[in-house]
Design a protein around this ligand. Sequence first.
Ligand code: UD1
Ligand code: PEP
Length: 417
Amino acid sequence: MQKLVIKGGVPLHGEISVSGAKNAALPLLASALLTDEPVVFENVPELADVNTMIRLLEDLGCKIERNDHRVKIDASQVRSTVANYDLVKTMRASILVLGPLIARFGKATVSLPGGCSIGARPVDQHIKGMKALGAEINLEHGYVNAFADKLVGARVLTDMVTVTGTENLLMAAVLAEGETILENAAREPEVVDLARCLKSMGADITGEGTVRIVIKGVKKLHGTNYKVMADRIEAGSFLVAGVATGGDVTVTDCQPEYLGAVIEKLLEAGAEVITGDTWVRAKSKGRTKAVDIRTVPYPGFPTDMQAQFMALDTISDGASHITETIFENRFMHVPELQRLGADINIDGHTATVRGVEKLSGAPLMATDLRASAALVIAALVAEGESTVDRIYHLDRGYERMEEKLKTLGAQIERIKA
Ligand SMILES: CC(=O)N[C@H]1[C@@H](OP(=O)(O)OP(=O)(O)OC[C@H]2O[C@@H](n3ccc(=O)[nH]c3=O)[C@H](O)[C@@H]2O)O[C@H](CO)[C@@H](O)[C@@H]1O
Ligand SMILES: C=C(OP(=O)(O)O)C(=O)O
């Protein structure tokens, strides 16, 4: 097992390039199952979750060539439509093969992903939507078994906004007969990225980025070459790290238009933020002010940035309320932040954070992906040395985070525990 050793107290300065987005890359890679022609993706981040998705696709029979950040997928020889528990249990996003498999092969057997540390995370809405499109579905021995002679377009209204649910249904509907309307669709930029890629493969989709996506099924999709969008959560995490340490960080190769809610909160906290076409610079102007956060679907404040802002609030002036409305258990970082000296109380879905003068280094344990990022940020601020254990969570979603932080001046090392 590996861990990070961090000596805090150094303001971060400089520029880092943002990697491709995990949450865009995963559905995009799965979408290659929809065609028998090769699909090439550029800007694919090197992440544990991407490795898992590639292993899963290979397990189904896809031929994959990977060269640096370029991945070529040939799904012409798919021999299995079964996504096994062993792979699915390590990554919930494996459920994203369900839609493409039913759409192209008329059957799929996908292990139920189960919950994870941030919540129960059921996939009932994915299943409800597939049924509406005509799939017959039963749940047996922990697997979703789906069959369909053919999928037929339908109107699907999900009970809540679901990102991977929207993506799965979008991928199922592109090859269905007739028109599908996804109501209450997720507006996340990663959904838009997927829709754009599908359109470049020949799909007929309108309304992506709105709550109503209309898909007219086509008979066949063809190969494409597609560049994965930049990771807005990685970008946001580095901007918060810069401001929290009293530094000045510019993230490049990203899309500032997707960082609206995060930039707004950095400004409210008192940082100076300047944006260009493909970059954002956040500069500390001294001690920050505590900011209230309420996580909601895009374009509101993303739950995937909640933990990082909590780290910032712990050393800001005043008190703040952080309300998590998306996942029922996404405060696992709180006890760890408290170990650094943070003053936080949780009452239901709301955490009250009272800013302290300083944090002091301590041994820490990562519990999930964004919690890990929050602990790294807090450790970069804390006086003295901290260690962050269980960083396999971090490696799921951040490409070489410690190397990028080092280029900004951070004193951070990865060691074998
Ligand atoms: C790979 C990926 O893109 N992951 C992101 C995706 O996760 P994911 O797509 O899993 O999250 P959802 O948007 O589906 O979840 C939103 C809420 O709906 C609930 N729900 C969802 C589906 C369903 O069938 N039934 C149900 O009850 C979930 O438990 C959760 O409480 O969106 C989340 C919310 O922005 C992000 O935190 C994750 O980083
Ligand atoms: C919760 C996240 O990812 P996943 O849905 O893959 O668990 C995340 O990216 O913060």
